[in-house]
Design a protein around this ligand. Structure first.
Ligand code: GLU
Length: 432
């Protein structure tokens, strides 16, 4: 079983979409089940409705899952297992106050050493603890020996007991921490391979430690994906608009192009332009680059254009919000537009009332009147001849206003092609 475990705390980040995508692909390749687990136990950070939004995005991208779990439904397991570890002496009750811990963190910072829990409450017996009053948390005791695991992308990993630390598993409000809930849920769902972002690499030994303490012996495999950097080479954050999948969709990038891009990023693929189905045939998670990849909007735009070119013209017209018959006309504008939003803008100019004729106002009026009288021939050459015959205009004074009347712009696709695909609309358009 594989899983994607988003937190419903904000817009889905492209890094997370990439995690979902790779889990989905590998599950398909191995013929395993794939579940989505909404990690909603951090109530303070949850944002109403984000879970539904994430699920909708997955649907739009064709990332289908076999089951959906809400982490909060497992709360009784988290709490019971924390008390089990406590009773077995593998965890302890900690009364250290937030201020006390903050002071220690400050001190560590000043001394330029990583902060670790002091161990102050570690030897309190359950009896002693039960006699004390006040808020407490539950911490696990750190491991006695290093935790090792193999990562499919990063290779062998080892973390010392000091790095794992005696960390909190249950907060004073009775809610589990991320590491604890995650370790238990993965165990309960029988997850065998965890693909996630490398920002979780240092969480992995903690989660393995918890499962070891609970006596779980099944080995879980890991693949930690390098983070995605922005164009300045820094970690892509919420401030980078392109990190939000919602923003990319609103800008008019196609899901299939985003998928193509996310698979291509930091990877060597047999082709540059491909579909998700094709990628399932050859994708190899172990071959991903170990180093972070830079997000390149220009590349995504290029791929988007390629996928727009592949779209059935009728479907493309639908996406742009114009009549199906105009699909071929829309395609002409792929020469100068790379997203649905840009295409819409171009096509809007073609279909709206044209007012900007500049120095060719008189000429435009003359041509409009001629065209209104004409039976429009199929071919542009013939059309041109007919209009020329009836008008006094030549050269630039003929072609410039003609293009403006037809397309609303002084540059653009070849005029004969424009004419061919726009012909059924022309009579209506010149009336505007
Ligand atoms: N909720 C965590 C996140 O969104 C899940 C990490 C994991 O896959 O374990 O980053």
């Amino acid at each position: 079983m594989l899983r994607f475990a988003p937190s419903p705390t904000g817009d889905l980040h492209i890094g997370n979409l990439r995690v979902a995508l790779f889990n989905y692909i590998v599950a398909k390749q191995k013929n395993k089940r794939f579940i989505v687990r909404i990690e909603d136990t951090d109530q303070a950070r949850n944002v109403e409705g984000k879970d539904k939004e994430i699920l909708e995005i997955l649907k739009l991208f064709g990332i289908e899952y076999d089951d959906l779990i809400y982490q909060s439904k497992n709360l009784h397991f988290h709490q019971n297992l924390a008390f089990k570890l406590l009773e077995e002496g593998k965890a302890f009750v900690c009364f250290c106050s937030e201020e006390e811990l903050e002071k220690e963190r400050e001190k560590a910072k000043k001394e330029r050493r990583p902060y670790r829990y002091s161990g102050k409450c570690e030897n309190l017996t359950l009896k002693e603890a039960s006699q004390r009053r006040g808020k407490f948390v539950i911490r696990v005791k750190k491991p006695a020996t290093p935790i090792k695991f193999r990562d499919l992308i990063k290779g062998e990993q080892q973390f010392s007991p000091f790095e794992v630390d005696s960390f909190v598993i249950l907060r004073s409000n009775g809610m589990p921490t991320y590491n604890f809930a995650c370790a238990i849920d993965d165990m309960l769902s029988d997850i065998e391979l965890i693909i996630r972002g490398e920002d979780h690499l240092s969480n992995t030994p903690k989660q393995i430690h918890i499962r070891n303490l609970l006596g779980y012996t099944k080995e879980v495999e890991y693949a930690h994906l390098p983070i995605i950097l922005n164009e300045e080479g820094k970690k892509m954050s919420k401030r980078d608009k392109a990190s939000s999948v919602k923003w990319l969709l609103e800008e008019g990038f196609l899901p299939q192009a985003i998928i193509n891009y996310l698979i291509l990023l930091g990877n060597q693929t047999p082709q540059e332009v491909f579909t998700l189905q094709e990628a399932i045939e050859w994708f190899d998670i172990g071959k991903l680059s170990k180093t972070s990849a830079k997000f390149d909007l220009a590349k995504l735009r290029f791929l988007n254009r390629k996928h727009l070119e592949k779209l059935d013209p009728k479907l493309l017209a639908q996406k742009i919000g114009v009549k199906e018959e105009l699909g071929e006309l829309v395609k002409l504008y792929l020469e100068e537009a790379s997203t649905l939003k840009e295409l819409k803008e171009k096509i809007r100019k073609v279909l709206e009332e044209k007012r900007e004729f500049g120095e060719f106002k008189r000429e435009a009026q003359e041509l409009k009147e001629i065209i209104a009288q004409l039976e429009l021939p199929t071919e542009f050459e013939e059309f041109k001849k007919e209009v020329m015959k009836r008008s006094s205009l030549k050269g630039k004074r003929f072609f410039k206003p003609l293009r403006l009347i037809l397309s609303g712009a002084d540059k653009g696709p070849e005029i004969s092609l424009l004419y061919r695909h726009l012909r059924p609309e022309i009579k209506e358009l010149i009336k505007l």
